[in-house]
Design a protein around this ligand. Structure first.
Ligand SMILES: CC(=O)SCCNC(=O)CCNC(=O)[C@H](O)C(C)(C)COP(=O)(O)OP(=O)(O)OC[C@H]1O[C@@H](n2cnc3c(N)ncnc32)[C@H](O)[C@@H]1OP(=O)(O)O
Ligand SMILES: CC(C)C(=O)C(=O)O
Length: 523
């Protein structure tokens, strides 16, 4: 495999690509992701810890919160350049300059749309008006600070000659960074590479400024397009943690940074990011904005370094390079995960059993493996405690079963009435009140089983479509010092929630019963 190619610009040393983080501005434009000024300060500190070169802290003309956040961050975060966004309007630029007052390294970022569609329908401006306005607002911004970034909104859908003209006018007026956004996530890597190479080669003064890419992910190509812009000569990339941002989001920082690192020989470009902070930053943002990261998300998703398939696990146990192109530790995960489930094979099961202290002969392993596969028909993930139960011949599969339930949310407080059959087949009925139907239901289940679970996360989603759709409930709970996860499915999401709760409670009870045997086995 050819892993190398001429470096961007044929530089002998890797090109340095500036990371411009816009999580607090474009990221925050993601519906439902608004942050308070204090939350933004917390995130800005984490971004500074990551080593980003520029933090865009907000759009001061848009709200008091944005102004307050920009002011607080300017006071507390001193190392990265701090940028704020303004339209090409004198009042916006004045508000931005005031918000950056006192910043150690202030940057004013001004933008105007350049494409025909935006000029005609949105701005109702002629080409000449856009050109003049761009130059005037860059000049105004330069009156406040030396570091001025100019963006051509919808740049990739703009006529090339006009785009070059506007960029030239902005450079002549004093812009020090030229950002060409793919505002609608419309372009392709080939187009992006060619566009940047063309602008840098032809616009007067282009080699004296830094070119920047700002890509959206409407077609899932934001990272690929940003990488192509670097190949075309861009030396700044605008991105966000977890790829949050308008619509489908922005270029995801963690993906871009790791692509440059893992394929260093190909891109010959570096960033100053401390990649071990990527996962902590992703988790922090997810908590602050209340938006979970999809499990299969590259680099920072929970499954990014998790392996369930037997063939992969077998390969991983021989050499992790067979199925991993990065080290999880390098991006902030503690280790790779071997998840035991229906797709796992003997190699992984026997490896896990050995780690738990069970060294089995061939025949014993066959027997344990058959039991493991049978268990996988009943539960998605087999944990250590399940394996131990299996080894002690104590998987009964019965436990508490849901016989019936009625949940009502009509009075002041919701109520739930349930009937369970216990492991010996006896019937137990309980009723409980709660702050909502699920709260009432879980209280009734706790009363009936005697198991107290502290809910940490609760998610319900549909599996399948149309009339066949079923609700799946996923619970993460704590019980004492242990964390547990459980799943339940049903056509009724409340029933799915009850089944997920019982899935965990039954395993907790099984683990409790096995405690003495386990201690004796390991004594
Ligand atoms: C591609 C991007 O991400 S650009 C950034 C987008 N971010 C945001 O819009 C978030 C913050 N926005 C806001 O809070 C509000 O939109 C505000 C405060 C900026 C403006 O609010 P309003 O004055 O009520 O205007 P509204 O949002 O309805 O319309 C936008 C106006 O800005 C004008 N405008 C848009 N871009 C620019 C620009 N780059 N330069 C000058 N004017 C612009 C529009 O033509 C429109 O003007 P009009 O009202 O005279 O027709
Ligand atoms: C204002 C610019 C940088 C932008 O966010 C976009 O075009 O998407």
């Amino acid at each position: 495999m050819n892993d190398t190619k001429p470096a961007p610009g044929n530089a002998a040393t890797p090109a340095q690509v500036r990371i411009f983080d816009t999580t607090l501005r474009d990221g925050e434009q993601s519906p439902g992701c608004s942050m308070t000024p204090r939350q933004k300060v917390v995130m800005a500190r984490a971004l500074a810890g990551l080593g980003v070169d520029v933090i865009e802290t907000g759009f001061p003309a848009s709200s008091e919160s944005d102004r307050e956040a920009a002011r607080l961050i300017a006071r507390e975060v001193r190392t990265p350049v701090l940028a704020v966004l303004s339209r090409c309007l004198p009042a916006d630029i004045e508000a931005s300059a005031r918000a950056l007052d006192g910043a150690a390294r202030p940057r004013l970022h001004v933008f105007i749309s350049t494409s025909a569609l935006h000029r005609e329908h949105k701005l109702r401006m002629s080409k000449a008006q856009v050109l003049d306005t761009a130059a005037a607002c860059v000049a105004q911004a330069r009156g406040f600070v030396d570091d001025v970034e100019f963006s051509t909104e919808d740049g990739t859908r703009t006529e090339r000659e006009f785009l070059a003209e506007v960029v030239g006018a902005a450079i002549a007026a004093g812009a020090t960074t030229i950002n060409v956004p793919d505002t609608l996530g419309y372009t392709t890597p080939e187009e992006m590479r060619a566009l940047f190479a063309h602008l840098i080669a032809t616009v007067p003064g282009a080699r004296e400024v830094v070119f920047s890419a700002h890509c959206h992910d409407d077609l899932g190509m934001a990272v690929a397009n940003s990488l192509a812009a670097i190949e075309g000569g861009a030396r700044q990339v605008e991105c966000t943690i977890n790829g949050i941002g308008e619509r489908a989001g922005n270029c995801a920082m963690e993906e871009l940074v790791m692509a440059l690192k893992v394929r260093g020989a190909w891109y010959n470009a570096d960033t100053g990011i401390d990649t071990r902070q990527l996962v902590p930053a992703s988790k922090l943002l997810s908590r602050l904005v209340g938006m979970p990261v999809q499990r299969n998300k590259a680099v920072v998703g929970a499954n990014a370094f998790a392996h369930e398939s037997g063939i992969h696990q077998h390969g991983m146990l021989r050499h992790r390079g067979t199925y991993e192109i990065m080290n999880p530790e390098d991006v902030g995960w503690p280790a790779s995960k071997m998840v035991l489930g229906r797709h796992s094979g003997r190699a992984a099961v026997s490896h896990r059993l050995r780690a738990l202290g069970y060294t089995l002969g061939e025949g014993q392993l066959d027997q344990a493996f058959a039991g493991f596969k049978a268990l996988c028909e009943r539960q998605r993930v087999v944990e250590d405690r399940d394996l131990e139960a299996l080894m002690h011949g104590d998987i009964r599969g019965d436990g508490f079963r849901l016989a019936s339930m009625t949940v009502s949310d009509r009075g002041q407080r919701a109520s739930a009435e349930i009937e369970l059959s216990d492991p010996d087949g006896r019937s137990i009925g309980k009723r409980a009140l709660g702050d909502g139907p699920v709260d009432a239901l879980f209280s009734a289940l706790a009363a009936a089983t005697g198991v107290d679970l502290q809910l940490e996360s609760y998610q319900v989603h549909s599996v399948g479509i149309g009339a066949d759709a079923r609700g799946e409930a996923n619970l993460s709970v704590r019980c004492g010092d242990d964390a547990w996860e459980g799943t339940g499915t049903s056509t009724d999401v409340i029933e799915a929630s009850a089944l997920a709760w019982l899935d965990i409670a039954n395993r907790v009870l099984r683990a409790r019963q096995l405690q003495p045997q386990r201690q004796a086995a390991h004594a």
